[in-house]
Ligand binder design. Sequence first.
Ligand code: ADP
Ligand code: MG
Length: 213
Amino acid sequence: MADSTATIDAALMDRWIRAFAAAVAENAEMLTRLDSAIGDADHGSNLARGMKAVLAKLDGSPPENPAALLKLTGMTLVSSVGGASGALYGTFFLRMATAAGTAESLDQAGFAAALRAGVDGIVARGKAEAGDKTMYDALAPAVDALDGALGGEDFPAALRAAADAAATGRDATTPLQARKGRASYLGERSIGHQDPGATSAALLIAAAADTLA
Ligand code: ADP
Ligand code: MG
């Protein structure tokens, strides 16, 4: 059975968000390079600016529970990031916040449910389906892997399985033709390029595996 005693409180959630911000900063050039091939060359700079704004907010007034932290993150991304990814990642964190409710901490199943609610929010907002060559192609397999592993694996192994699934989903976007977002305007010319949003989404799940277990 999974270890159900591990809990994710605001401090641990803070570590996750900071680890994602660090990964985005480190990989901003790479993300923008990917977006220059099939978009408008701003994904890395967009997200880096947004996550920098999130860190400034977190430093200013540390939120007291997971939902407050997730809400602050989502609202800051929506207001500071232009482009599709600001609205989509913003919605993701806002939906996670709603799912977290007023809890002081989330257990593993609670975290997995919140993550799924966030991904459902991205779908509600952007209408992406599997195989459309978007961030959803990294996130959907990740939440499925997390749910699938939680019954039998301990939490670190379950999160690692989710991160691996996100990376596999990211890689699988390369041969796809984009059907959503700016890249879809390229039609067949979007084939052969890794999707920038799926790439940043894999960083988000990898950061969870690195920090939450
Ligand atoms: P923009 O395309 O507005 O410049 P970004 O470059 O920051 O925004 O983000 C592009 C990424 O957003 C894409 O690589 C893709 O993963 C994601 N994306 C775009 N549209 C959608 C959508 N409708 N649903 C899910 N993800 C999307
Ligand atoms: Mg772009």
